[in-house]
Design a protein around this ligand. Structure first.
Ligand code: UDX
Length: 449
């Protein structure tokens, strides 16, 4: 095999497209593969089909280099690649908390019949522990090259919004392998990353699979921990914002992922903790991670409590009231609305009879597609026009920079719920706003609006 293997990347969503583009920029010849012809066409013409800062520029660079192409043809992929990365999604099943593995299985069964020489297939998708062993057997059974086709697991830890940096210089690489040959191929496929002294942990398949869900469970637990403290603060008049800051000075605890508020959403954390709990039950160790159900419960309650705060500011009834919802994406610098707490809150308020107008700097099109019943505006001030309550749901920087007096001039009533602790309460109070935030004492406007 060549010192610099040729790579394919199967699945061109957030993970796969980023991986394919970054690998090509780092000097590899890469073929991206997807079953969605419209996505492939966009990528081949230099268009990134989702919002990710920095990625369009890198796609242009990669295409220009001649090292990156995209196809829907698995036969072509098998002929091209020495190392095949599987980057397809593993969403939650529609009628259960388990992961839906149909896309991972389809990637393997589409590729395997064309693998007629020694090849490494590398799973990057987040899967229930034990999936890799099953897929390895499936590959051996259905590839013409049989035992010559090996499987490795290399979980991906990239965060949306920081996907390029996380891919080019990750915190660590994890290689789950069953042979030295597989490790060598992975080291060759990540040579430019490893050259930057990125630590690598070589382990077995099942540990590699588990690292990913264990990491996401830990992060979710940290967020729900501080949000549980917010519930206690609400009952006592304490301020969870100050509490979190004070905790963060202890380096053993640290301030990252300790930001209280509306809680976590997105295409990973919520479904990963549910799938992990489900898988643990299947394995007879459900009790060991039973706390993850409570983590999920705390997280869901934050959405309900945010709705409660809006209702309180509407004097107990939102029916017929105008609510400005600032944010739709599950987090800033993303257009991703999968399991987005922001849209969940907006849709609930709508169901309760409020007239909800949403603004988000990047996720409006996606939000409109899934929630056509909501109103949409093209700016934060536009959404706030004549509002009875403003509710900040995603902490985009541009929302932090809103002038409280400029917004006070367009609303009907100066009442704001800061679902993400993104604003400085005193600034808003000084402009006449009643300010409410989860786990913080109320602040009342000090001058009439
Ligand atoms: C996450 C993991 O961070 C990443 O390593 C993994 O590969 C995929 O899942 P991502 O889904 O992109 O990444 O988002 P992340 O930045 O982790 O945020 C997840 C959610 O938690 C967001 O809704 C965010 O608003 C929320 N969050 C994060 C908090 O509520 N408080 C915090 O302190 C941090």
């Amino acid at each position: 095999m060549t010192a610099r293997p040729r790579l394919t990347v199967i699945g061109t969503g957030y993970l796969g497209a980023t991986h394919a583009i970054c690998m090509a920029v780092m000097g590899f010849e890469v073929l991206g593969v997807d079953v969605d012809a419209s996505k492939i066409e966009k990528l081949n013409t230099g268009e990134v089909p989702f919002f990710e800062p920095g990625l369009p520029e890198l796609l242009a660079k990669a295409c220009e280099s001649g090292r990156l192409r995209f196809t829907t043809d698995f036969r072509e992929a098998a002929a091209f690649g020495d190392v095949h990365f599987i980057c397809v999604g593993t969403p939650q099943q529609a009628d259960s908390e388990a992961a839906d593995l149909r896309y991972v299985d389809a990637a393997v069964t589409s590729l395997a019949p064309h693998l007629d020489r020694r090849t490494l297939v590398v799973g990057k998708s987040t899967v229930p522990v034990g999936t890799a062993a099953r897929l390895a057997a499936l590959l051996r059974a259905s590839a013409p090259a049989g035992d010559q086709v090996e499987l490795a697991w290399n979980p991906e830890f990239l965060r949306e919004g920081f996907a390029v940096d996380d891919t080019m210089k990750p915190d660590r690489l994890v290689f789950g392998v069953t042979s030295e040959w597989a490790e060598e191929q992975l080291r060759a496929a990540f040579q430019p990353v490893l050259a930057q002294d990125v630590p690598v942990k070589v382990t077995d398949l099942q540990t590699a699979e588990l690292v990913k869900v264990a990491a996401n469970s830990f992060l979710a637990t940290k967020i729900s921990y501080i949000n549980a403290m917010a519930e206690v603060c609400e009952a006592t008049g304490a301020d969870v914002h100050d509490l979190a800051e004070a905790l963060a000075y202890d380096e053993r605890i640290g301030g990252k992922f300790l930001r209280p508020g509306l809680g976590f959403g997105g295409g990973c954390l919520p479904k990963d903790i549910r799938a992990f709990a489900y898988r643990a039950e299947e394995l007879g160790v459900g009790q060991a991670v039973g706390f993850l159900r409570e983590i999920d419960g705390i997280n869901r309650r934050r959405r309900a409590r945010t709705v409660d705060l809006v209702v309180e500011l509407c004097d107990g009834d939102v029916a017929g009231k105008r609510v400005a919802a600032l944010g739709a994406a599950f987090k800033p610098n993303s257009d991703d609305i999968r399991d987005a707490p922001a849209l969940d809150v907006a849709a609930t308020l709508h169901r309760m009879g409020a007239e909800v107008t949403v603004f988000d700097p990047a996720a409006l099109d996606n939000a409109r597609r899934v929630h056509p019943e909501l109103g949409y505006a093209t700016s934060a001030l536009g959404a706030a026009r004549d509002a009875d309550v403003v509710v900040l749901l995603t902490e985009w920087n541009e929302f932090r920079e809103i002038s409280p007096s400029a917004m006070a001039a367009v609303v009907r009533r100066t009442k704001i719920v800061d679902g993400r602790h993104a604003l400085v309460p005193a600034h808003w109070a000084a402009a006449g706003w009643d300010y409410r935030a989860l786990g913080r004492p109320s602040v009342h406007g000090s001058v009439p609006a």
